[in-house]
Design a protein around this ligand. Structure first.
Ligand code: FAD
Length: 290
């Protein structure tokens, strides 16, 4: 199934993102998480692409396994980091051979220790170039990409970022998924600006339930997402009580999702961090209300 066909405001789909674990025990635990989330009937799940090393093969193996053994549509992420175009073609061929129909095409972050992104010789500098490549090579994938309601961390301005997003979409993207955000106002404003700029593909909000105080601080530092003052103060107050942090995170994400659904989003993508309980609680609460 092509994901673009399940992104529909009249019947929004929920999707779950996982990352490829480093160890076999981690893989076994992830597959249990997938099983626990399967009864929620996700429209699709996705598996991220690592910065390098063995987990990259695991992305291909995991999406193949999930699609074949659970019947859930599985999307592979793919980045330009460290890859020549021949290597990228090879990964895409492996995905196509495994009957994977959807790929989230990304540039990736600069490798650790590098301030700016430098492509390897024969590689690509921007996600847009990889999208163009996939289309020129005549793969029949449905392609997704990343977008940034608060602006990408490297961009000089949100206007520039939007211009680049438009070029990336025009190169052949079918839908985009946002970076995580904790304040829906950023999403609604972004969608309005994107539509005005002529970006007409579905824009799927990415939601990360907060389950760990230190982790959320690390993530927001890395990706530039704003934590609303009120939420930050509430978190600060309960930071030493792990259960209370989860409850607060789940409550906040549930309220976010309720508003997003009420205002007609085509789907909601959950950054699960390979754990099921928080996402299960949120989706169950949303389903109970619909
Ligand atoms: P691009 O779209 O190429 O943009 C990167 C930067 O370059 C932006 O600042 C943009 O404004 C600028 N730019 C783009 N085109 C041009 C141009 N023509 N001229 C000048 N500037 C330009 N990372 C991983 O490593 N693995 C993953 O699996 C992964 N999954 C992700 C999933 C989602 C939903 C999101 C939101 C992010 C994900 N990331 C992942 C992180 C992502 O790789 C980083 O945010 C990365 O820094 C940018 O990737 P991109 O595809 O958005 O890049």
């Amino acid at each position: 199934m092509k994901i673009r066909n399940c992104l529909n405001p009249s019947q929004p789909c929920f999707s779950f993102e996982f990352f490829p674990p480093k160890t076999d025990a981690g893989v076994a635990s992830l597959l249990r998480t997938v099983e626990e989330l399967a009864p929620l009937n996700p429209g699709f799940v996705s598996v991220t692409y690592g910065a390098g090393g063995s987990t990259r093969d695991r992305t291909v193996e995991l999406v193949t396994h999930i699609k074949q053994h659970t019947g859930i549509e599985a999307m592979a992420h793919l980045t330009c980091v460290g890859h020549t175009r021949d290597e990228l073609r090879d990964v895409l061929r492996r995905l196509a051979a495994a009957r994977i129909e959807n790929v989230l095409v990304l540039r990736g972050d600069p490798p650790q220790g590098q301030q700016t992104f430098e492509p390897v010789p024969g590689g690509f500098r921007y996600a847009e170039e990889l999208v163009r490549f996939v289309r020129e090579e005549d793969f029949n994938f449905c392609l997704g990409g990343a977008c940034y309601p608060e602006g990408h961390v490297e961009t000089a301005s949100r206007e520039d970022d939007l211009k680049h997003l438009k070029a990336k979409v025009d190169a052949g993207m079918d839908f985009v998924v946002t970076q995580l955000f904790f304040d829906n106002a950023f999403y609604f404003d972004f969608v309005e600006r994107a539509r005005r700029a002529g970006i007409n593909v579905p824009i799927v909000p990415g939601i990360m339930p907060i389950t760990n105080y230190e982790q959320v601080q690390r993530f927001t530092r890395m990706c530039g997402a704003t934590v609303p003052m009120r939420l930050a103060l509430q978190m600060e107050r309960v930071k030493d009580q792990p259960d209370a942090v989860v409850q607060l995170g789940v409550a906040h994400a549930t309220v976010q999702c309720m508003e997003l659904l009420a205002r007609g989003v085509p789907g909601i993508h959950f950054y699960t961090l390979n754990k099921s309980p928080a996402t299960r609680m949120i989706v169950s609460a949303l389903r109970a209300r619909s």
